[in-house]
Ligand binder design. Structure first.
Ligand code: URP
Ligand code: ZN
Ligand code: ZN
Ligand code: ZN
Length: 480
């Protein structure tokens, strides 16, 4: 039995005396777990000439509907823009709109001494940032060269913040894109062709080597392939500072065969970077990697674009705005693919969807734990709840759902956000602006030592068979 309220009065135990006026929720036969933490969202982001459909209201509303009670979004400054200015813009976009608590990572999208100074300010108590994302791809936008990446990772380690990396080789992608377009491959199928598994695996390895040279921990965002998992696993076995790998609901719940769909809208809707993989064994391998601690967390990278925006890339796949949905369905998809299949137990499910993120981003045990002094962010999860995912019924603003038609068993019946029942026996009752900005202090003991290990099962060998590449990067009509 658990008694929670917005005030400090909370109890956990058996046969508690229930204060008068307390509402009782019967969770018999259900699981009570900490609210999900999605460590990777993009709400109200402008990129590739478009703006995401989900803003901080619609996005966090969808999050709560799916059992997520905290999101961490990315401030992405323009090249040359002050990081502080970009951070302030993000706070303006989000504060007053969010239905649940949110934190911010900040992108280091260019490098200079002034960026270093901004990072120093951002990790102060005033700003509350403890993680910075660097890009090895998006060559003409956010990409850093290896020298700047090394400097940025070093700066993170000096500030006891966590460097995060988007690991893909941006130069190879740029050249492959030129070659594919010249060969007449202009549709969404060209997206994965221009950046296959090897292109991701190489960058994961390079990022780990750079982090090791800087004697820094590292967090690799959105790991999408078996090659990436293998590269991370090899680095984890040889490096001392912790290395963390995040995968996505999209990776577990769908695959890259959709890029060949004859309907442009359908194929383009699945375009994100790194891409979904056409190798049909990928989703299962990624679930196993999550279960066996070869990957540590699952996010959504929710970055939704309407059909009209995806059409910017008609005739040139490189112009399709990158991003998919996932913040609402992340937990149900992983429950379906991981727990219902017996690959993952419910405790590991809680670790990869919530508590590990709380530890790494240093908000444990306020978040990611059901306890008397933790925030009352709770989910009553019904393992028998059935639902068919559809854009017609989801809570996103976007007009497409990459999990359309998938039947999932298991989902949230009640979601309590900071003591407020926001999903009430299936009825969504969020309040715009109810969420708060969550400061994330630096020097997480789970990243820089002094804390227990993040929850992890006993290590098991990695079972990842990587198919040999079928092309050498030179597009030929037969290879496409
Ligand atoms: O395709 C993606 N992932 N869009 C969002 C930007 C990023 O790289 O995370
Ligand atoms: Zn990225
Ligand atoms: Zn399809
Ligand atoms: Zn992202």
């Amino acid at each position: 039995m658990l008694i929670y309220s917005e005030s400090a009065y909370r109890q956990l135990g058996r046969n508690l005396i229930i204060p008068g006026g307390t509402r009782t929720i019967d969770a018999t036969g259900k699981l009570v777990m900490p609210g999900g933490i999605d460590p990777h969202t993009h709400f109200e982001l402008e990129m590739m000439g478009a703006k995401t459909a989900d803003d901080f209201y619609k996005g966090t509303r969808a999050a709560v509907a799916g059992g997520t009670t905290t999101v961490i979004d990315f401030v992405l400054p323009e090249k040359g823009q002050s990081l502080i200015e970009a951070y302030n813009n993000w706070r303006e976009k989000a504060d007053g709109k969010v239905c649940c608590d949110y934190g911010l990572h900040v992108g280091v999208t260019w490098w200079s001494p002034s960026v270093r100074k901004d990072m120093e300010k951002l990790v102060s108590e005033e700003y509350g940032v403890n993680s910075f994302k660097m890009f090895m791809a998006y060559k003409d936008a956010w990409m850093l060269n290896d020298y700047d990446l090394y400097c940025a990772i070093e700066a993170c380690a000096e500030l006891r913040a966590l460097p995060q990396v988007h690991a893909e080789n941006g130069h190879i992608i740029a050249r492959n894109t030129e070659k594919l377009l010249a060969a007449g491959v202009t549709g969404p199928e060209g997206h994965e062709k221009s950046r296959d598994e090897e292109v991701e695996g190489e960058a994961v390895n390079r990022a780990c080597v750079i982090a090791n040279q800087a004697d820094s921990p590292l967090y690799i965002v959105h790991m999408m392939s078996k090659s990436a998992v293998r590269a991370l696993q090899q680095a984890r076995s040889r490096q001392r500072p912790p290395l963390y790998g995040e995968t996505l609901a999209a990776t577990v719940g769908t695959d890259g065969t959709h890029y060949r769909n004859a309907c442009f809208r359908h194929a383009a809707a699945h375009v994100l970077s790194p891409p979904l993989r056409p190798d049909p064994s990928t989703p299962q391998a990624i679930v196993e990697a999550l279960a066996d601690d070869h990957l540590q967390l699952i996010g959504s990278d929710n970055c939704t674009f309407h059909e009209k925006d995806k059409e910017l890339g008609k005739g040139n796949f490189a112009k399709i705005p990158n991003g998919v949905n996932g913040v609402e369905d992340r937990m149900a998809i992983l429950w379906q693919k991981g727990v219902n299949t017996g690959v993952m137990d419910p405790c590991r499910f809680v670790a990869v969807t919530s508590s590990t993120a709380a530890k790494i981003f240093n908000v444990w045990p306020a978040k990611g734990r059901v306890d008397v002094n933790s925030d009352a962010d709770l989910v009553v999860w019904d393992p028998r709840q059935e639902r068919t995912i559809s854009a017609a019924t989801h809570h996103h603003a976007v007009d497409f759902n990459i999990f359309e038609g998938q039947h999932v068993v298991g989902g949230p019946q009640y979601v309590i956000v900071g003591g407020r029942v926001c999903l009430d026996d299936g009825q969504l009752r969020v309040a715009e602006g109810h969420g708060k900005f969550l400061k994330t202090p630096t020097n997480s003991p789970y990243v820089y030592g002094g804390g227990e290990e993040v929850d992890a099962p006993a290590p098991k060998p990695l079972h990842v068979e990587i198919q040999p590449r079928v092309t050498n990067g030179t597009p030929t009509p037969e290879a496409l």
